[in-house]
Ligand binder design. Structure first.
Ligand code: ATP
Ligand code: TZP
Ligand code: MG
Ligand code: MG
Length: 269
């Protein structure tokens, strides 16, 4: 059963403790490092153009996150991405705020052209803008675009020739042919900044240890959503501050049994 494979993927992350090289934004750096550690991965943040090629080639996965861009970060992403590609290291891409400004949209579109990305993960508006569709976006948060996330994700995956994950109330991940829908998570995730960014890095940890990158991404989405549900239950009535701490605790404490009990993974034909 698929949910058994999710549990196995979680155990493999913890057994392997993959090194995840993040070129991410200044808002979420600490949360991302702590979330990866809690899960059982090994985070490193490295940005200097002098070292990113060396770091990317020894990593289990490279995560490129556009949250707070500047020229130096963009140059580092291209260098690191090229090195990861040359050494068979999976690259995850989080196009934070694509569509909000021309600079973000252009940077995202150039990156997916010059770097072979294994998984792109964003909200619906970001993914639409990466593939040149307009979809309203306010800052880094999804707007009220109309459309079906499953068909948008499939269309984007085909156009980019990669796996695409669109997250929100429900999550979709597809390679354009095979598609999973994940119905885990909790609305309070939207009240803590960086929960999308950490998710992309967590998908990196699963991609680092899984041959089937589509399933690895789906497994990460299930585990992340289950941890959030458990954390929200424990922090009930207390607000986003308590939830954030409890979420880190649950990324560490979540068991294969929890995944079996609560995982909501559907494969769409
Ligand atoms: P945005 O900026 O639009 O919030 P993001 O990059 O933060 O995007 P999200 O789509 O919020 O990414 O996804 C982060 C996590 O939050 C995912 O696990 C997703 O399933 C979960 N999530 C987001 N919205 C909801 C919701 N309304 N109910 C349940 N889970 C949600
Ligand atoms: N501004 C630039 S990056 C960032 C903000 C608020 C964090 C976005 O994090 P997420 O995970 O997309 O909510
Ligand atoms: Mg969010
Ligand atoms: Mg985001």
């Amino acid at each position: 059963m698929s949910i058994d494979r999710v549990g196995q993927a979680l155990e493999k992350v913890r057994a392997v403790n993959p090194l995840i090289h993040n070129i991410t934004n200044v808002v979420v750096t600490n949360f991302t490092a702590n979330g990866l550690l809690a899960l059982g991965a090994s985070p490193v943040m490295a940005y200097a153009k002098q070292e990113v090629a060396d770091m990317a080639k020894i990593a289990g996965a490279l995560v490129l996150n556009m949250g707070t861009l500047d020229d130096k970060v963009v140059e580092a992403m291209h260098i690191a991405g090229k090195s990861a590609n040359e050494h068979g290291v999976p690259v995850l891409f989080d196009p934070v705020g694509a569509g909000a400004t021309a600079y973000r949209t252009e940077t995202a579109q150039e990156l997916v052209k010059s770097v072979a990305v294994s998984i792109v993960r964003g909200n619906a508006a970001e993914i639409a803008n990466v593939v040149g569709e307009s979809w309203e976006i306010k800052g880094v948060d999804a707007g009220e675009g109309k459309g079906d996330p499953v068909s948008l994700a499939k269309q984007a995956a085909k156009r980019l020739g990669t796996i695409v994950a669109i997250t929100g109330k429900e999550d979709v991940i597809t390679d354009g042919e095979r598609t999973y829908v994940i119905r885990n998570g909790h609305p309070i995730l939207t009240k803590v900044t960086g929960t999308g960014c950490l998710l992309t890095s967590v998908m990196g940890a699963f991609a680092a240890v899984g041959e089937d990158k589509l399933f690895a991404g789906a497994a990460a989405l299930v585990c992340y959503g289950v941890a959030a549900e458990k954390a929200a239950a424990k922090a009930a009535g207390e607000g986003p501050g308590s939830f954030q701490i409890q979420f880190l605790n649950e990324l560490a404490a979540m068991t294969v049994d929890d995944v079996h009990r609560q995982g909501q993974l559907e494969f769409l034909e």
